[in-house]
Design a protein around this ligand. Structure first.
Ligand code: MIC
Ligand code: SF4
Length: 646
């Protein structure tokens, strides 16, 4: 391994254990952490439960961007106060509600080329846009990193994505990642890092690169990364952070596990159709479909350049939003909206008929702006999973800001090239407006800080240790590609309950099962059966904690998504994979299974008996020995407690 690709280079300088051979378990040091409020409350409750004095990272930042509606009661505000005081006490920077979306902000203000970042949000790879190795994980893994512990992962395969050519007018970075999703699918990236190179990368600015690395999460990838080069320096300089610039790139002649080539000149406006980000078509194929809504924003497409493109399209066309379309914009950060207020673009878009929402995730996670029944909503976001918008029978289509703007004007899905506008270029600012007034540094007197914990916070961190044999019935059998939005949905009713495990567990599987929590109570827990790529999507560890709380003991699937599998282990739920995938079809709901875990260790086969059908199965798992010890003990916190007592 003398010539290294960029991923290997950064891993090598952070390697704490293991050898960097594909599939091996390796341990790395995490330099920075980020959390957002919907996953952060749990992460900091875990941190408190560990009894540590201060975070051990170079930098940890806690953002508030998901739960900002503060609609139905005190839950959100209680959580914000908890997050602010806990940050103050333990050495964490706190970004207040109103400052913007965590990934946009981390890119603007904190990310550093060549460093590692772990975040309790699946879109943490956004910072790969500036050459950072940025990985999404469950809250517990982020807590461990804050505690200075090693982060373990499987040495990923590295895919070389060679970009050639140059994007044509009205085609953008979003179309590039949609094209890659079309080719690779939502499970194509599991266990892989997508590393971008080739002459085409010089033509992409940092915000464009970040759109691509952001939505690499939808491939199921461990992360995505661009080199740090002169474009990175330009961006950091404009953010008044040139001192954080350092060049990073793969060695000439470095090896990769696979290569894909995308000729940017050939990419066309693309759209992801309901209900998966990989159901991708050309916009021209579905052009003309009537729409009800256009929503612009999210961590994928809410940068200054993105929103300025929308403003320029309206300006150049001289048109307004179609009478039958409702349009909303949620800017990525305070920086973005202040710059647009100062240059008149904000006013122009108000005049065009847009509603401005908060600088936050907003409709992307079902917090407001839900579409009407059977409505068609065009969004510049990254996920269109069933029910995520809040309206189960609505169709969510994911597009670029260019396509969203053009369609808002015509009231139909429109290829932006069809408006016949002159070629519009958004200049990269030489200076962004810097306003860090909503970022609060930690207290110099932490011993004086009292952590506020409102009565709506209700913590459950682990379960009892596992017996040698677990016998129980199958509670629920599912198909391929089940997302964590299916397991535990977001939205304005459920998201505020993120710091209250008993309350939120009542909504487990609520979009696809009428009475799962009641069934768990009746059966006293049991097992889940799933297909391929089980648990893809969001990093929310609540999709493991709530099932743990309801008594789910094991999940038996054809394959897992990376983050969810780690979350199951962290909360003492056994993640098993069918050795023979045909066995899946022989199991039905209510079948009674007996799982023998007496010999469970790294690499072992687990024997499962289907007592109802009189069948025997062999199950595999991909846990290393540490994960086996954790799951047997009932979760990370129980495992750490035991280690302390020994
Ligand atoms: C998402 O996009 O699904 C979220 C909401 O940002 C999640 C985190 C969460 O569920 O809190 C994610 O991507 O990890
Ligand atoms: Fe927020 Fe949506 Fe980005 Fe998740 S994907 S961090 S909900 S904007």
């Amino acid at each position: 391994m003398s010539k290294l690709n960029l991923t290997q280079k950064i891993l090598k300088t952070h390697l704490l254990s293991g050898t960097m051979e594909k599939g091996n378990s390796i341990g790395i040091k995490m330099d920075q952490t980020l959390t957002q409020d919907a996953t952060g409350t749990m992460a900091y409750l875990h941190f408190e439960a560990m009894g540590l004095e201060k975070v051990q990272t170079e930098l940890s930042v806690s953002y508030v961007d998901h739960n900002t509606l503060q609609g139905g009661g005190p839950e959100n505000a209680n959580d914000h106060m908890f997050l602010q005081t806990v940050a103050d006490k333990y050495g964490i920077f706190f970004s207040k509600a109103g400052n913007g979306i965590c990934h946009q902000l981390h890119l603007e203000r904190f990310g550093r080329p060549g460093k590692t970042l772990i975040g309790s949000d699946s879109h943490t790879p956004t910072c790969g846009g500036i050459g950072m190795l940025a990985i999404g994980a469950g809250g517990m893994d982020v807590t461990m990193a804050m505690a200075g512990e090693t982060f373990f992962l499987k040495m990923p395969e590295v895919v070389k994505v060679t970009l050639t050519g140059e994007l044509q007018p009205f085609v953008s970075a979003k179309d590039v990642i949609l094209e890659i999703l079309r080719r690779e699918t939502v499970k194509g990236g599991v266990g892989k890092v997508y590393e971008y190179c080739g002459p085409g990368i010089d033509t992409l600015s940092v915000p464009q690169r970040a759109t691509i690395t952001n939505m690499g999460a939808e491939l199921g990838a461990t992360t995505s990364i661009f080199p740090s080069d002169e474009r990175t320096r330009t961006f950091l300089r404009a953010q008044n952070r040139e001192m954080h610039y350092a060049p990073f790139a793969a060695d000439e002649g470095a090896e990769y596990d696979k290569e894909i080539v995308v000729n940017l000149s050939e990419v066309e406006p693309m759209v992801a159709c309901p209900h998966m980000p990989d159901v991708v078509k050309k916009v021209s194929e579905i052009a003309g479909m009537k729409i009800n809504q256009v929503a612009i924003g999210s961590c994928t497409n809410s940068s200054y350049q993105d929103l300025m493109m929308v403003a320029e399209i309206f300006n150049a066309s001289g048109r307004k939003i179609d009478n039958n379309v409702s349009g909303a914009i949620s800017p990525g950060s305070k920086q973005v909206i202040r710059m647009m207020s100062n240059n008149g673009a904000h006013d122009l878009l108000l005049e065009a008929g847009f509603r401005f929402l908060e600088n936050a995730c907003g409709p992307c996670i079902g917090m407001g702006f839900s579409p009407p029944n059977e409505g068609v909503s065009l969004r510049t976001f990254n996920r269109n999973f069933l029910g995520r918008s809040g309206t189960k029978d609505a169709g969510i289509y994911l597009v670029s800001t260019e396509t969203a703007a053009a369609s808002a004007i015509t009231g139909k899905i429109t290829d932006p090239r069809m408006l016949n506008l002159p070629d519009l270029e958004i200049e990269e600012p030489s200076e962004f407006l810097i306003d860090d007034s909503l970022i609060i540094g930690p207290s110099p007197f932490p011993e004086d800080v009292e952590v506020y914990k409102g009565p709506t916070i209700n913590y459950v961190g682990y379960r009892d240790a596992m017996e040698d044999e677990i016998e129980s019935s199958v509670l629920f059998k599912m198909e391929d590609n089940i997302t964590t939005d299916h397991i535990l949905p977001g939205g304005s009713k459920i998201l505020p309950l993120r710091s209250n495990i008993p309350a939120i567990s009542e909504y487990t599987f609520s979009v696809i099962h009428d009475s799962f929590p009641a069934l768990c109570k009746e059966k006293n827990g049991g097992f889940l059966i799933g297909g391929e790529n089980y648990g893809q999507g969001s990093s929310r560890e609540h999709a493991a904690i709530a099932p743990m709380y309801l008594g789910v003991r094991a999940v038996l699937v054809k394959s897992f998504a990376r983050i969810h599998q780690a979350n199951l282990v962290n909360f003492g739920i056994l993640p098993l994979e069918f050795k023979n995938k045909d066995d899946y079809s022989t199991i039905d709901e209510t079948d009674v299974l007996k799982i023998d875990v007496s010999d469970l260790k790294a690499g072992s086969i687990v024997k499962v008996e289907n007592k109802t059908k009189g069948l025997k199965y062999e199950m595999g798992h991909s846990m290393d020995q540490r994960s086996v010890d954790i799951v047997k003990e009932g979760g990370v916190l129980a495992y750490l407690k035991k280690q302390k007592n020994n």
